[in-house]
Design a protein around this ligand. Structure first.
Ligand code: HEC
Ligand code: HEC
Length: 282
């Protein structure tokens, strides 16, 4: 906003200018008068170090400026910019909201390529410290996005179930990731069958499914894509999975991923980073 679009600003400036101009004229008048004036009138009878004071009224000009300044100040403080209504924090929040709304509107229908590019920026700032700039998990510190799972991750959840991984209360009482099916029970497979399944899942469900996978398909779907969103997609990263992980955080055999449910990432940025994560390794 420009200063001249704001009426209060304009009035305040005009008021200040009037006071300054009056001061210049009045001061000029009295300075000129001082050169020729003779001291006349009644003395008050008060003396300071021998200097006496005349009992003259306050000069009209000075009086007007004095009152004018007080009126201007009162108006400015209480009516122009009322002291109790302005808040810097409020202004900041309003601007923030305006920009967020603009951001949302601008990118509401962003295509995949745009989301991916935006997601890369979000990723570098928020995810790369743990997941590595390349998304390779920084030597086992966090999830390696070049594939969906490593064998030991799948084996671990088959053996221990998901309740052992994290706080089951976290996903709004539904497992730790908030899917409708809740938690995954332990011991759906064991021994060599479990190993074969882990290998198959870690390979992105390529080739022929081992016989034991039928037990998993009941919940995760034969294609592993999560049965219409009731269980996690274990074949690839998808929007729901990344959104849920960002919302609830995740604990697993690798470690703990913090929840990003702090308002730091808008939904569009989450969507963007999900698109980017899904694109790594493809
Ligand atoms: C009863 C339904 C059910 C069955 C059967 C099941 N799962 Fe799950 N699975 C789930 C649910 C629900 C979750 C999410 C758990 C959570 O949010 O805590 C999950 C989570 C997982 C995860 C972790 C997903 C992630 O993003 O971290 C893997 C891997 C997995 N299951 C693999 C398997 C395999 C392999 C089998 C077969 C041996 C199997 N599941 C059988 C319901 C099931
Ligand atoms: C403080 C470190 C840290 C940060 C920051 C972090 N993560 Fe993670 N993330 C992890 C760890 C550790 C895991 C592995 C958890 C496990 O053992 O399964 C993980 C796992 C994941 C998974 C896999 C979840 C699954 O169920 O398969 C996704 C997706 C993910 N992170 C996305 C992100 C995104 C997107 C960001 C940035 C917005 C991010 N993470 C920031 C540590 C982090």
């Amino acid at each position: 906003m420009k200063w001249f679009n704001d009426n209060v600003n304009v009035l305040a400036l005009i008021g200040a200018a009037v006071i300054i101009i009056m001061t210049v004229f009045v001061a000029g008048k009295y300075i000129r008068q001082m050169k020729t004036d003779k001291s006349t009138g009644e003395l008050t009878g008060d003396y300071w170090d021998g200097i006496g004071e005349y009992n003259n009224p306050v000069p009209t000009g000075w009086g007007l400026i004095f009152v004018g300044t007080i009126v201007w100040f009162m108006w400015y403080m209480f009516m122009g910019y009322p002291v109790w209504s302005f808040s810097q924090l409020g202004q900041w929040n309003e601007e923030q909201q305006t920009y967020n709304a603009m951001f949302k509107k601008k990118w509401a229908n962003a295509d995949k390529e745009t989301l991916k590019n935006m997601g890369e920026g979000v990723f570098i700032n928020n995810c790369a410290p743990c997941h590595g700039v390349l998304g390779n998990g920084s030597n086992g510190k966090a999830q390696d996005f070049r594939h969906r799972f490593a064998e030991n991750q799948v084996l671990d959840i088959i053996n221990r179930g998901s309740a052992a991984l994290g706080d089951k209360k976290v996903g709004d009482g539904k497992g730790q990731l908030g899917y409708a099916l809740g938690e995954m029970p332990a011991g759906m497979a064991s021994g060599d069958s479990a190993k074969a399944i882990a290998k198959y899942v870690a390979n992105g469900l390529q080739g022929k499914a081992p016989a034991g996978f039928a037990a998993c398909a009941g919940c995760h779907g034969a294609d592993g894509k999560g049965n219409g969103g009731t269980a996690p997609n274990i074949k690839e990263y998808d929007m729901t999975l990344v959104m849920n992980v960002l919302h609830y955080g995740k604990k697993g055999v690798i470690g703990a991923m913090p929840s990003f449910n702090t308002g730091r990432l808008s939904d569009i940025k989450k969507k963007a980073v999900a698109t980017y994560v899904d694109s790594i390794g493809r």
